[in-house]
Design a protein around this ligand. Structure first.
Ligand code: AMP
Length: 393
């Protein structure tokens, strides 16, 4: 097990915190949703109460080792400062003499925010000198970035080897909720999966089949399964290489596929549409949403559930014409008395569009990281905290 903030002696200590404040921004760098800042507050407040000297580090977007102005931490630091009522000084780099001097003169309860760590190519290259520079700023390392903990980078897997290290409250909460759900779910436990590709989700399905009672599959990925069942799929794309795997999965008897679709004659909001039964797809038609029969079947199944995990939209929810199935299922899960877990960028966007954002027992802050947990794999960030907590030199 990894250590958490509650195990740490934080009083007056210099603490470097890898936060997950990877906020979405518009073209001018304005924050369009501050959820990820809000989710990081419990850890920061704890550190403030302990009068720690706080050094924050995050990534924003994918700048790939170069400075991209709109992805600077400046506005994130300003928003954080507003939220906690304490000044937060942002820097335009992570290392260098300016940062070193600022770290040295940090006083108890003061906060500095280093620049977007992905402006430095060293972060992903796992550069030792970069890791040592960052570790040199602090006596303690805290990982509160669940959303980046599936990555093997300096700030996620190397810093915990160089400093006594602890999980922050958000990381701890994400791991607790997801592990509990996988290890001792209230049953029946039902997974609802959708989205574009089976290939992205094959390992997750494999692992979920070991722990859930049923998997409901809709969206584009359903067509690979329907093909595996021997149906013609019209113009719908399916992943040839995964048909035999899908066939194997079907043998579990736990998978319920979409049985009809809102079909369109082109991939366009202005397309002609009709409802087609999933076993009778004609050429010239694409299934872009689950149909009414599927909505009813899925609701009936979900009505029985005591635990639900949802990942992936049921159709092209971005187009209003094909959003109905996703909306219906999102709202039904949101209203359910079951323990509900959702995650993934598209899934959260779909919940928002359906007007049920935040109406689940837990909305995960990490898409890729949640997928990896559901695949039954250990996150590199967690492995680094577990193996080497307190083991440093
Ligand atoms: P994923 O990232 O795999 O969860 O896929 C999400 C994307 O899948 C969304 O952008 C949806 O528009 C798309 N999607 C879901 N169902 C369909 C469908 N039946 N046909 C085409 N795209 C779909």
């Amino acid at each position: 097990m990894f250590k958490t903030l509650k195990d740490a002696d934080l009083d007056g200590k210099r603490v470097i915190v890898r936060v997950g404040m990877d906020v979405p921004v518009d073209d001018s760098g304005n924050i369009t949703d501050d959820t990820r800042i809000l989710e990081g507050l419990p850890t920061i407040k704890r550190l403030l109460r302990k009068k720690a000297k706080i050094i924050l580090l995050t990534k924003i977007g994918r700048p790939k080792g170069k400075r991209v102005e709109k992805l600077s931490v400046k506005k994130t630091a300003a928003r954080l400062s507003e939220l906690i009522g304490v000044p937060v000084k942002a820097f335009d780099e992570c290392v260098g003499s300016k940062v070193r001097a600022a770290v040295k003169s940090l006083k108890e309860g003061e906060i500095i925010f280093l620049e977007n760590v992905l402006f430095h190519k060293e972060e992903e290259a796992k550069d030792t000198a970069f890791a040592k520079d960052l570790a040199g700023y602090a006596e303690i390392y805290v990982n509160d970035a669940f959303s980046s903990s599936h990555r093997d980078t300096v700030s996620i897997t190397m810093l915990p080897k160089l400093l006594p290290s602890y999980a922050g409250f958000l990381l701890e909460k994400e791991m607790r909720i997801q592990t509990e759900l996988l290890e001792s779910p209230k049953r029946p436990f039902i997974a609802v999966l959708g989205g574009a590709k089976v290939s992205d989700k094959i390992r997750m399905i494999e692992n979920l089949l070991k722990v859930v009672d049923k998997i409901l599959i809709g969206g584009a990925m359903a067509f690979t399964f329907l093909r595996a069942e021997g149906y013609s799929v019209g113009d719908n794309k399916f992943e040839k290489d995964f048909v035999s795997q899908a066939k194997e999965f079907m043998k579990s008897g736990k998978i319920v596929l979409q049985s009809d679709a809102v079909a369109a004659d082109k991939f366009d909001e202005g397309a002609n549409t009709k409802i087609i039964s999933a076993d009778k797809f004609e050429k010239g038609w694409l299934g872009l949403d689950i149909g009414p029969k599927t909505v009813e079947t899925f609701k009936k199944e979900l009505n029985e559930a005591s635990s639900i995990v949802w990942n992936g939209p049921m159709g092209v929810f971005e187009m209003d014409k094909f959003a109905n199935g996703t909306n219906e299922i999102a709202r039904f899960i949101a209203k359910s008395k079951a323990t509900t877990l959702i995650g993934g960028g598209d899934t959260i966007a779909a919940a928002k569009k359906a007007g049920v954002e935040g109406k689940f027992s837990h909305t995960s802050s990490g898409g890729g990281a949640m997928l990896m947990v559901l695949e039954g794999k250990k996150l590199p960030g967690i492995a680094a905290l577990e193996n080497l907590s307190g083991n440093y030199n």
